[in-house]
Design a protein around this ligand. Structure first.
Ligand code: NAP
Length: 253
């Protein structure tokens, strides 16, 4: 399907993006801001988030908010604290893009390091779950909220050496489906996006020998991120999309 978003698709929508400092999350933040959203940029590294905030300001976007937060937090309190801070500022959140993730190591199961394994599950699953749970009341206060998870082809069919990362993406697909079953599309639509092979630091770490110019850039795959975040998708829920084949934007590669 080809999708042509309106320029003001996300006007006045308040959208939180995790992993907004780099790669796909950074591009999603810039793209959402370009389409009128007030974006909340969540990540671990303040100076990188500040750069994204400045880029949005220079492009004439609405003022972006930086949220320095580590999704490796294992306690519930920091997540609830963050949700309370956001609730004190505004009682609703129109969208949450759960994009942050870590790769861990590419190694056979027999060699997966148990500490790294736990870190991958902590960030990609546990932290993502606790953040989503804490933000649910704000999402449910919005008129047409959208919750998006980031998946991968290795989270749909097991693949040797993808270890904890693949297991975390299987769990992500499951988490998306359960949330989608628990709410109607009108109350909270919940979907997932598999970006496919995309030129980012994570991809370079997974495939150090690969020629980066053979890959799509994050900017090339934004059609589905816009479609699912905007009201054009308000009847869609429980679907796991492929960014590079299911939805494309005219004029983009
Ligand atoms: P990336 O370039 O490595 O960026 C990851 C982002 O997540 C960074 O902003 C990073 O922040 C943030 N992050 C990592 N750990 C965090 C933590 N503990 N707390 C908060 N933020 C944290 O990755 P990407 O390639 O854009 O991937 C984005 C999503 O797409 C991931 O879920 C990934 O699994 C998925 N995906 C990517 C590809 C691909 O080819 N690129 C393919 C399939 C799926 P810092 O800058 O602070 O580290």
């Amino acid at each position: 399907m080809y999708y042509q978003p309106k320029n003001n698709l996300l006007d006045h929508k308040r959208i939180l993006i995790t992993g907004a400092s780099e790669g796909i999350g950074r591009q999603a933040a810039l793209t959402y801001a370009h389409h009128g959203a007030s974006v909340l940029l969540l990540g671990r590294t303040e100076h990188k988030l500040n750069i994204v905030q400045n880029l949005i300001a220079e492009a004439g976007g609405r003022k972006a908010r930086v949220l320095v937060f580590d999704l490796a937090n294992t306690q519930l309190a920091p997540y609830q604290g963050l949700a309370q801070i956001l609730a004190d500022e505004c009682l609703y959140l129109d969208g949450l893009l759960n994009n942050a993730g870590i790769l861990g190591e590419i190694a056979p199961m027999a060699k997966q390091d148990a500490t790294l394994w736990s870190e991958v599950i902590a960030v990609n699953i546990n932290g993502t779950f606790m953040l989503t749970q804490a933000l649910l009341p704000l999402l449910l206060n919005a008129s047409s909220p959208s919750l998006i998870f980031s998946t991968s082809s290795v989270g749909r069919k097991g693949r040797a050496t993808w270890g904890a990362y693949a297991v975390s993406k299987f769990a992500t697909e499951g988490m998306m489906q359960i949330f989608a079953e628990e709410y109607t599309a009108a109350t909270l639509r919940v979907n997932a996006i598999n970006p496919g092979r995309t030129r980012t630091n994570m991809r370079a770490k997974a495939f150090p020998m690969e020629a980066p110019d053979q890959l799509k850039n994050p900017a090339d795959i934004m059609a589905i991120y816009l479609y699912l975040m905007g009201d054009d998708s308000r009847h869609k829920t429980g679907v796991s999309f492929n960014a590079q084949s299911d939805v494309k934007q005219r004029g983009m590669t």
